[in-house]
Design a protein. Structure first.
Length: 298
């Protein structure tokens, strides 16, 4: 069979506006993974062993980076073979990365429906939103580290297929920040954790609560002792009020495909850090696109 889906060759440079991501959401009904891998191998030209490993991972998953103008026809081809598939334009992910930084969220007491006034940094007037406008809540933490002392930490490079094409290897990403080599005892490593909550509205707006800049004075009936507790309280309050919204708290256990992280400049090939704020921002954008396609991790 002629390969009908052409993934972008390794090392190729491409304008972000022309880039897309082909995702597999589910295998054909009743088909074993071995048969599905064989079919994908024939359709895409990706090596059978690589497709087999890819399908062992949790779905939905990235199948290939493709040219955006090939997205619709690639999806149609996969669907004709029984796969649940879709594609995500790079431009869409970039749009999800455009956020408004929330300063304070105040419940509107006495309102007929759950409603909040949102103060946004560098905006003169607050914004009113209702709970029904909330489509998705993404909760997570971002960690940054710095090293002081007579020596600095050495970070191991992330291994395998991160230039990532039809196939990628995220083995080292599963290790979290453990990719850093041991350093001399004289060096001191400082780790700073920031709590985040991204509020995705149905009109595409993203409101970001950054625990280092957010005022928690009125998150609900009570206030916790830490940013983590307060951000959890805020997430619970908004998630309860917005009954139809998806609440994603899986940042600590789920992964964005490494090629996507690289494309969004969330990681570089010279660092093993996987919990930085930039990775959370990319995760939030990726989950937002998946949920728009009914492809959310269950």
């Amino acid at each position: 069979m002629k390969n009908l889906i052409n993934h972008i060759a390794k090392g190729s440079t491409i304008d972000p506006a022309d880039l897309g991501y082909l995702i597999i959401i589910a295998l054909p009904k009743g088909q074993r993974s071995e048969a599905a891998a064989s079919a994908l191998c024939k359709i895409t030209g990706i090596k059978l062993e690589e497709v087999t490993i890819l399908l062992e991972r949790e779905l939905p998953t990235l199948l290939a980076r493709i040219l955006a103008d090939q997205g619709p026809q690639s999806v149609a081809l996969l669907r004709r073979h029984g796969f649940r598939a879709d594609w995500i334009p790079r431009a869409e992910l970039d749009a999800h990365l455009e956020v408004r930084m929330a300063k304070r969220i105040t419940p509107a007491v006495g309102a007929p429906v759950p409603m909040y006034m949102v103060e946004v940094w560098r905006e003169p007037e607050p914004t009113g939103i209702t709970a029904s406008q909330i489509r998705l809540l993404v909760r997570g933490q971002g960690r940054t580290s710095s090293t002081t002392g007579s020596q600095t930490s050495k970070h191991g490079a992330i291994a395998g297929g991160l230039g990532g094409l039809g196939f990628y290897d995220d083995t080292t990403l599963l290790a979290g920040s453990g990719a850093a080599d041991e350093t001399a005892a004289a060096a001191n490593r400082k780790i700073v954790t920031v709590e985040y909550l991204d509020i995705h509205l149905r009109d595409g707006t993203v409101l970001r609560c950054d625990g280092s800049r957010f005022h928690f004075a009125q998150v609900g009936e009570r206030k916790g002792y830490s940013d983590m507790e307060n951000m959890d309280l805020l997430t619970t309050r908004l998630g309860t009020d917005a009954a139809d919204a998806i609440v994603d708290t899986q940042f600590n256990t789920r992964r964005v495909p490494p090629p996507v992280l690289l494309d969004l400049r969330a990681i570089t090939s010279g660092t093993g850090e996987t919990r930085t704020p930039q990775v959370f921002f990319a995760y939030s954008a990726w989950v937002s696109s998946l949920t728009l396609r009914d492809a959310h991790w269950s």
